[in-house]
Design a protein around this ligand. Structure first.
Ligand SMILES: [Zn+2]
Length: 380
């Protein structure tokens, strides 16, 4: 398989019951993580399509290492409905029939309308923006109608909500996955903002597009035995109590412990940084992983962001460089899909990079790091 050519495909049987894996994928526009939480159980956080091979990441990767995605994936989390986090989400949800689908209640106006009218086909609300969301709802609905579900159709993430848990058994450690965000205040604020753009009879007001704020992203806390991981999605710090990272830091109900691995939020951007996260939620020498983001002339992380992350983390790894890639030939089908998804072609990504971290929950050995080009160690 070319897209993982420099990373030796490993048989799933080689992953011990107590072995944790954090795999982060990113080509420069797009982000997805696959986490082995021990015992053969996996979770997927966000999805992307490799634009050159048209493959669904990380489904393709999991299958390449022998994972049965129909039975071994327990959660699929769509942290928020931005194009760089949900490409291929509906197909991933369709394939992972044993997985709960977790997402944020904060949606844009088209997605809310699609949810409200999810019992009927309505081309009015199935526009390009809501397309992936509508398709995901359709997959979940079909599953419910055919009587195959063993899991709830949608779990709305909320602060300190258990999404999955498994007791310890023999060498297999306990595992628990908890959402830390979005906060209730974020949900309230964004629903109020949404109300301002829905047309009201008698008022001559044109609805304007509503962009879901990044303080509504789902943040995931993973515990395997005594090892904890923090997946920051694109959550931003708002400077207000009750929302963003402040709400998580202030919460007395969040799981105890400190995370060893930190998926840095919002592609390392300064608006995702909060000093208290590093001092209160993470161990003294955490390993940071992140993906880049490029849109036209803009890119993340900046040189300043990289310097800040290197100052805070013992080690940091980036799936691909933030600099703009050379123009490369893309698969025509993917190009068409992306055009239809309102993603500007000039904003798109380069080669898919992969950062893989593994460690035994029951041991004391450090994290083993493997990088697939163009992933690299972050240097300030
Ligand atoms: Zn993003």
């Amino acid at each position: 398989m070319t897209c993982f050519g420099s990373l030796m495909p490993l048989d799933a049987a080689l992953l011990a019951d107590d072995e944790i894996e954090v795999s982060l994928f990113g080509p420069g526009f797009g982000e997805s993580a696959a986490i082995h939480i021990g015992g053969g159980d996996w979770i997927i956080v966000d999805t992307l399509i490799d634009e050159y091979s048209s493959t669904l990441i990380p489904l393709e990767y999991l299958q390449s290492i022998g994972v049965d995605t129909a039975t071994q994936v327990k959660l699929v989390v769509g942290t928020h409905f931005d194009a760089d986090h949900v490409m291929g989400l509906s197909a991933t949800v369709a394939a992972c029939i044993s997985a709960s689908f977790v997402t944020s209640l904060v949606l844009n106006e088209r997605q809310v309308l699609r949810l409200i009218r999810s019992n009927s086909r309505d081309p009015e609300v199935d526009d390009r923006f809501a397309g992936e969301y509508a398709e995901t709802l359709s997959v979940l609905q079909q599953r419910a109608q055919t009587g195959t579900p063993t899991v709830p159709p949608i779990t709305w993430a909320a602060p300190n909500t258990t999404l999955f848990q498994r007791p310890s058994s023999g060498a297999c450690p306990r595992a628990r996955v908890t959402s830390l965000a979005p906060s209730h205040a974020s949900v309230t604020m964004t629903l109020q903002a949404l109300g301002n753009v829905i047309p009201v009879e008698g008022f001559d007001r044109k609805p304007t597009p509503f962009r879901v704020p990044n303080h509504s992203s789902v943040v995931v806390w993973v515990e395997v035995g005594d090892v904890a991981l923090l997946l920051g999605s694109d959550l931003e710090e708002t400077g207000h109590s009750g929302t963003g990272w402040t709400a998580i830091c202030d919460s007395g109900a969040r799981p105890e412990g400190r995370a060893e691995i930190f998926k840095v939020p919002h592609h390392g951007s300064s608006n995702g940084h909060h000093e208290r996260v590093w001092s209160e939620l993470l161990v003294d020498e955490p390993v940071a992983v992140l993906t880049a983001w490029r849109l036209g002339a803009h890119s993340l992380p900046t040189a300043t962001d990289m310097e800040r992350i290197c100052e805070h983390a013992a080690d940091a790894y980036l799936t691909s460089p933030p600099a703009a890639p050379r123009s490369l030939k893309r698969n025509p089908a993917v190009e068409k899909t992306m055009k239809e998804s309102v993603i500007r072609i000039n904003a798109l990504a380069g080669r898919l990079g992969h950062v893989r971290l593994r460690r035994h929950a029951n041991g004391t050995s450090p994290w083993a790091v493997e990088l697939q080009t163009p992933a690299d160690r972050l240097r300030s």
